[in-house]
Design a protein around this ligand. Structure first.
Ligand code: NAD
Length: 289
C-alpha cells in the first residue's frame, strides 16, 4: 500500500460518513476501530452493521464467513486513547467544525504512532489547516469519500504542499484496497474536484430556472437523458436538502462579498417557505410523506 503497509485503521466519527467508512475498511480486511464521543451514535452505527451484513449475505453479495469476519474486525469505542493508539492510518470524519478538527489532530498526533498517516474526510477544510497542529505534516492529507460511502466509488485524495509523495501514494493505495476509484489532486483547492464541478452545474440549472428558460422537470430530464447523470440537479437538491444549498451559498457570499455568490432567488424562496426537499415533503418536487 504505497510503500507503507496498512493493517490497523481508526475512523473518527460514527455519523453519516464515519460508520460506513469504518465498515468499508472492515470489509476490506483491515482491523478497524470506529471512535465517537457519542454513545448513541456508536450504538446506532453498531446496529447498522448488524442489519447491513446479514442483508448483504441474503442478497448473495457476501458469504456468511466474510460477514462474520468483517464484524469481528470492527470495534466501536468512545476512547480516542484506546482506539487510535496502535493504528497505521486514521480517517477523521467528525462534525465539520475547524476548531474541533484542529483539536482532534493535536490529540491524534500525541496518541498515534509517529509513522501513522492522519487523513481528514472534510468536504471543505484542506489539510494544510490541520497539518500545523501536528509534528508530522508530511503524513497529513485529505481523503474525501462520498455519501453513501459504502456505495460511492470515488475518493478524492488531496496532496497539500506539506504532504509527502509517500503519504499521498499510501492514501491512494488504501482507497483502492477498499474497492474505490480514487483520484489524486496535486494541490489544494476549495471544494476539491467534484463539489466544484457540481456547483457549476447547480448554478447553471438554477439560472435557467430563474430566468424562465425551462422547468425544473425539463432541466432534470435534459441532464439525465443527454448527459447521462443518474439524476438531475433539482432532484439532487431535493435529496441533499435545499436548506444545505442555501447555507452553502450564504457561507460563500459571507466570505467573498461577491453578489454572484448569493443563493438564487428560487433557493431563497424555497428556504424561507420551508420547502427544503424530500425531508419536508416538498422542494422542487412534491413527495408523499
Ligand atoms: N454527509 C456527507 O454527505 C459528507 C460527504 C463527504 C464528506 N463529509 C464530511 O465528513 C465529515 C463528517 O460528516 P457527517 O455527515 O458524517 O457528520 P455527522 O454529523 O453525521 O457525524 C459526525 C460525528 O462526529 C462525532 N464527533 C464530534 N466530535 C467528535 C470528537 N471530538 N471525537 C469523536 N467523534 C466526534 C459526532 O458525535 C457525530 O457522530 C465532515 O467533515 C463532512 O464535511 C460529509
Amino acid at each position: 500500500m504505497g510503500d507503507m503497509k496498512i493493517g490497523k485503521i481508526a475512523v473518527i466519527g460514527a455519523g453519516n460518513m464515519g460508520h460506513q467508512i469504518s465498515l468499508c475498511c472492515a470489509l476490506a480486511g483491515l482491523e478497524t476501530t470506529c471512535i465517537d464521543v457519542s454513545e448513541e451514535q456508536l450504538q446506532s452505527a453498531a446496529s447498522f452493521v448488524k442489519r447491513y451484513l446479514p442483508e448483504r449475505v441474503s442478497r448473495g453479495k457476501l458469504s456468511e464467513e466474510e460477514a462474520a469476519e468483517a464484524e469481528k474486525r470492527l470495534r466501536f469505542t468512545a476512547s480516542l486513547e484506546q482506539g487510535a493508539r496502535e493504528v497505521d492510518f486514521v480517517i477523521e470524519a467528525v462534525t465539520e467544525k475547524l476548531d474541533l478538527k484542529k483539536d482532534l489532530f493535536r490529540r491524534l498526533d500525541q496518541i498515534c504512532p509517529p509513522q501513522a498517516v492522519l487523513a481528514t474526510n472534510s468536504s471543505f477544510f484542506v489539510s494544510s489547516l490541520l497539518a500545523p497542529e501536528t509534528d508530522r505534516p508530511d503524513r497529513v492529507c485529505n481523503m474525501h469519500f462520498f455519501n453513501p460511502a459504502l456505495v460511492m466509488k470515488c475518493v478524492e485524495v488531496v496532496k497539500g504542499v506539506h504532504t509527502s509523495a509517500e503519504t499521498a501514494a499510501t492514501a491512494m493505495a488504501l482507497a483502492r484496497s477498499l474497492g474505490k476509484k480514487p483520484v489524486l489532486l496535486h494541490k489544494e483547492i476549495y471544494g476539491f474536484l467534484v463539489n466544484r464541478i457540481l456547483r457549476r452545474i447547480m448554478d447553471e440549472a438554477l439560472y435557467l430556472l430563474d430566468t424562465g428558460v425551462a422547468s425544473a422537470e425539463d432541466i432534470d430530464s435534459a441532464v439525465v437523458n443527454a448527459l447521462g447523470h443518474p439524476m438531475g440537479p433539482f432532484t439532487l437538491m431535493d435529496l441533499t436538502g435545499i436548506d444545505l444549498s442555501y447555507h452553502a451559498a450564504m457561507e460563500r457570499y459571507r466570505k467573498s462579498g461577491d453578489p454572484a455568490d448569493k443563493p438564487s432567488p428560487t433557493v431563497v424562496e424555497k428556504y424561507v417557505k420551508g420547502e427544503w426537499g424530500r425531508k419536508k415533503g416538498s422542494g422542487f418536487y412534491t413527495y408523499e410523506k
